[in-house]
Design a protein around this ligand. Structure first.
Ligand code: UD1
Length: 346
């Protein structure tokens, strides 16, 4: 069975490729490498000892995508490709709407033309906006606070309309909480461009000496120690969630929405302390102003994914820190500077 993974060279994509290849699926990756590296494709092959097709291609290239569907007999798609930086989306809304919305429309149109109706879509807890209550359940009210979040919200609505138009469509919408960690091999992990926006890569770059200290955005939230609380989930657990959603999706139709988190929140200071104690590295920090648009408390109710997908996040905060650190230590500059071995030619 062949699965197309868009954005398969990225952080979540590369880990999802590993899980699918290890489960015996044929994998086809399309990625324009705008925020990812082809090195990750080589690394996935190294981890799994399995090769797979990779196309450096933009999803807006309809003809190119059509050729991929013609060449490979695709059974289902895991759609992860898209722009994802909140601050950037505020500065470049047109680019976010154009890229995220248009690419998904082109993808769905090409899928339809090729009679492929099974889709797993990458959404985000950001669609809950300012949550009314925690833990957050899937049918909570929605409302994004920035263009990036609005693209996810709009795409969720577009996919629901699509599924209503024809019962052959089976679509899983996965709302990620805060993915962190890396594959236990230390070969693939998060590789942010420039200075990281997200907490965990920032902490690990401070620990490895690339950045001086963590700026903790506010300590006056109504949380355990005043700093923001999030539901950090190990990226390998998240990748396994895609596999479970895909397997379920192959047998059913309609839209199914799942939170992928652990159901437990940790504060910024708890994350820093956990990282220090697991790695033995000191992580200096200072308290600064709140980051505009941030919320205090955000963690998932995971009962739906647990029950319907039989999926549970099992990796602890210690493993998240350990695996992040192994990846960071082995790859202080991410994938930069590594030569690509063209094992796979298309
Ligand atoms: C952010 C995005 C969210 C996106 C998610 C995944 C914002 C406002 N939200 O979520 O839309 O889906 O990433 O990419 O950007 N923190 C610090 N110092 C730092 C970085 C973060 O104190 O240098 C704090 C934040 O205030 C927050 C927590 O750490 O309390 C987690 O932040 P982050 O990793 O950026 O994730 P989110 O803000 O939850």
């Amino acid at each position: 069975m062949a699965i197309l993974i868009t954005g398969g060279a990225g952080y979540i994509g590369s880990h999802t490729c590993v899980e699918l290849l290890e489960a015996g699926y044929e994998v086809v990756v399309v990625d324009n490498l705008s925020n990812s590296s082809e090195v990750s494709i080589n690394r996935v092959t190294g981890i799994t000892k399995k090769s797979f097709a990779f196309y450096e291609m933009d999803l807006l290239d309809r003809e190119g995508l059509d050729k991929v569907f013609t060449k490979h007999s695709i059974d289902a798609v895991i759609h992860l490709a898209g722009l994802k930086a909140v601050g950037e989306s505020v500065r470049m809304p047109l680019s976010y709407y154009h890229t995220n919305i248009m690419s998904t429309l082109v993808l769905c149109e090409v899928m339809k033309e090729h009679n492929v109706h099974k889709l797993v879509f990458s959404s985000s807890a950001t669609v809950y906006g300012l949550p009314e209550q925690v833990p957050i359940v899937e049918d909570s009210s929605l409302g994004a606070t920035n263009p990036y979040g609005r693209t996810k919200l709009m795409l969720e609505q577009i996919l629901q309309d699509l599924a209503e138009s024809n019962e052959r469509w089976g679509i899983s919408i996965l709302r990620y909480f805060n993915p962190v960690g890396a594959h236990q091999s230390g070969q693939i992990g998060e590789n942010p461009n420039g200075i990281p926006n997200n907490l965990m890569p920032y902490i690990s770059q401070v620990a490895v000496g690339k950045l001086a200290q963590v700026n903790v955005f506010g300590n006056d939230y109504p949380t355990i120690d005043g700093t923001g609380v999030r539901d950090y989930i190990h990226v390998v657990d998240l990748a396994k969630g895609h596999l479970r959603a895909l397997e379920k999706q192959l047998d059913i139709s309609g839209v199914h929405i799942y939170n992928l988190g652990t159901g437990r929140g940790y504060s910024v200071l708890e994350m820093i302390t956990a990282f220090e104690s697991v790695t033995g590295q000191s992580v200096p920090y200072r308290i600064v102003e709140r980051r505009p648009g941030d919320i205090g408390l955000c963690y998932a109710d995971t009962a739906k994914a647990n029950m319907e997908l039989g999926w549970f996040a099992t990796r602890s905060i210690e493993e998240m820190c350990q695996d992040t650190w192994r990846w960071q230590r082995l790859n202080p500059n991410g994938y930069e500077g590594e030569k690509i071995h063209h094992l796979l030619t298309n």
